[in-house]
Design a protein around this ligand. Structure first.
Ligand code: FAD
Length: 303
């Protein structure tokens, strides 16, 4: 199914669409080629097994991250194929334009459309840090709106874009960031998937601002089921999102107890999702971090 249909208000299923984000598993360092291949196959099979456990909730789509600069590109493609053919769930590939040329992207779009991909999340991407410095590498595209326009001109894919309820870390203000978001929508974006956040109030005021700017596309909130205190700290710092003291206090006290932290993560995200549904969101997007357990519990609590 295409994004426009999934998030259409006239979608006959009447159920709020849920989706999962996964990433291609990393291969253990230091292995020879044969060992690395075996390790990768085994990890991908384990991930598919986790997704089988989430299939019963009838997910609208599974999105697969893409390494900026093309790292992990083959794994993104092979996972998308498995999701489509073995799990029979709609995949949405992420794609980042940083360091990519128009020719490369044209071939890539052609390849993924040929095997049945209908949706793509078009991103600028961040280069991985090397020796503490960020490698800056623009080729044919500087910002995601240029990529959205290019994909729109060169494929039949439906295009999602990223949104940041607490603004993108490089944006000078939320208003400027929303202006730039509008460029992505005007170029052909049909849905906005957001960065994770822990304070729904920030999401609500973001939606108000986005809709006031004239954007009329669905905004799908990104939910992180917290499974450890260190993960909570790492993810909020990596994604540059606010970590309210009230949230820290909830999780800090369980930091040496994995089971209680997972339980609190499920409880917190369940309440967060219930409030988002009362607000009237068009969908829920779970950052699964490749694990089924917490996402499964949250969805069971919700429906
Ligand atoms: P842009 O929309 O280009 O915005 C980047 C910055 O530039 C913002 O500050 C924006 O305000 C500004 N800007 C945008 N357009 C213009 C313009 N025309 N003129 C001037 N300024 C402008 N990264 C990966 O590497 N792989 C992934 O799979 C991945 N998946 C993601 C999924 C989601 C849901 C989200 C929210 C992020 C994801 N990211 C991923 C991270 C993302 O690549 C980074 O946050 C990146 O820095 C910005 O990408 P973007 O597409 O939002 O960029």
């Amino acid at each position: 199914m295409k994004l426009g249909e999934i998030y259409s208000k006239t979608n006959v299923s009447k159920k709020i669409p849920i989706s999962y984000e996964i990433f291609p598993p990393k291969v253990k360092p230091g292995l020879n080629e044969a060992q690395a291949t075996a390790d990768k196959v085994q990890k991908i099979e384990a991930l598919i097994e986790q997704l089988r456990q989430l299939k019963c909730f009838d997910p609208a789509l599974i999105s697969i991250t893409y390494g900026a600069g093309g790292t992990n590109q083959e794994s993104t493609i092979s996972l998308a194929k498995k999701i489509l053919n073995e799990l029979e769930i709609t995949p949405m590939q992420h794609f980042t334009c940083i360091c990519s040329s128009k020719d490369f992207i044209k071939n890539y779009l052609n390849e993924i459309e040929t095997f049945g991909i209908k949706n793509i999340l078009a991103l600028k991407g961040d280069m991985p840090q090397t020796d503490g410095n960020k490698t800056v590498c623009y080729q044919d595209f500087k910002y995601a709106n240029e990529l959205v326009d290019f994909i729109n001109q060169n494929s039949d894919l439906e295009i999602a874009v990223a949104g940041y309820p607490e603004k993108h870390p490089t944006a000078e203000s939320l208003d400027v960031d929303i202006k730039n978001l509008k460029c992505k929508i005007d170029a052909g974006g049909v849905a906005i998937f957001t960065q994770l956040f822990f304070d729904n109030e920030n999401f609500y005021s973001y939606c108000d601002k986005v809709y006031s700017s004239g954007i009329k596309k669905p905004i799908i909130p990104g939910i992180l089921p917290v499974t450890s205190f260190s993960q909570l700290e790492r993810m909020s710092s990596m994604c540059a999102v606010k970590l309210p003291n009230t949230v820290v206090a909830k999780f800090e006290k369980f930091q040496n107890n994995e089971q209680d932290t997972i339980k609190m993560g499920v409880e917190f995200a369940t309440l967060q999702c219930q409030k988002l549904m009362e607000f009237g969101v068009s969908g829920l997007h779970f950052y699964t971090l490749n694990k089924a357990h917490s996402t499964r519990e949250i969805i069971q609590n919700l429906f």
